[in-house]
Design a protein around this ligand. Structure first.
Ligand SMILES: CSCCC(=O)/C(O)=C/O
Ligand SMILES: [Fe+2]
Ligand code: NI
Length: 181
């Protein structure tokens, strides 16, 4: 189930607010410029569905975002707990960074936690199946897929080169509760 916890960025031990209500999550994130939506597939897909089937099932929503925001490339990213580099991949996202473009991710299956460091708050957004999140360009954030990742996400990009991260060098991500905490 989707969940949003909001923290003072220097008090990681105690959230200021917690909600699992999708409409409330959407509003709280919209208030800080982050898009959060729940999508429904136009046709059934399974855990075995391949990228083309997945992209076809969500073609209408993908096209809407492309038309609205000008995203030029879309792909899918899947990770399972038997991936030999799962620990390295987890760490790659687990340090505060920014991107020069929006970070747009839709969870086809599985879940992951986005930590958005905006002003003096950290918004810990647990995204699960059917959640779409769009983090504006240059927003400091990090992402935790957990120790046993098992997700498939659709990714939309402005930058044809795909994923490029600018690490802030901050250790803030080490202070906050991890996926398994
Ligand atoms: C769910 S896709 C992997 C996360 C990602 O692309 C990113 O930049 C996290 O900050
Ligand atoms: Fe990122
Ligand atoms: Ni801060």
């Amino acid at each position: 189930m989707s969940e949003l916890r909001v923290y003072q960025d220097d008090k990681p031990e105690q959230p200021l607010t917690v909600t699992c209500d999708a409409a409330e999550i959407s509003q709280q994130l919209a208030d800080v410029g982050v898009r959060f939506e729940r999508w429904q597939a136009a046709q059934p897909i399974s855990a075995e569905s391949q990228a083309d089937e997945i992209l076809a099932a969500y073609a209408a929503e993908i096209q809407r975002l492309k038309d609205e925001q000008g995203y030029v490339t879309v792909d899918t990213m899947s990770l399972a707990s038997d991936h030999p580099a799962k620990d390295e991949l987890r760490q790659k996202f687990l340090s505060e960074h920014t991107h020069s473009e929006d970070e747009v991710r839709f969870f086809v299956r599985g879940e992951g936690i986005f930590y958005l460091h905006i002003a003096d708050k950290v918004y810990r957004a647990l995204c699960c199946k059917d959640d779409l999140i769009s983090v504006p360009a240059n927003t400091t954030h990090w992402f935790d897929m957990g120790p046993e990742p098992d997700f498939t996400a659709i990714r939309l990009f402005n930058n044809p080169e795909g994923w490029v991260a600018n690490y802030s060098g901050s250790a803030i991500a080490d202070q906050f509760p991890k996926f398994e905490d």
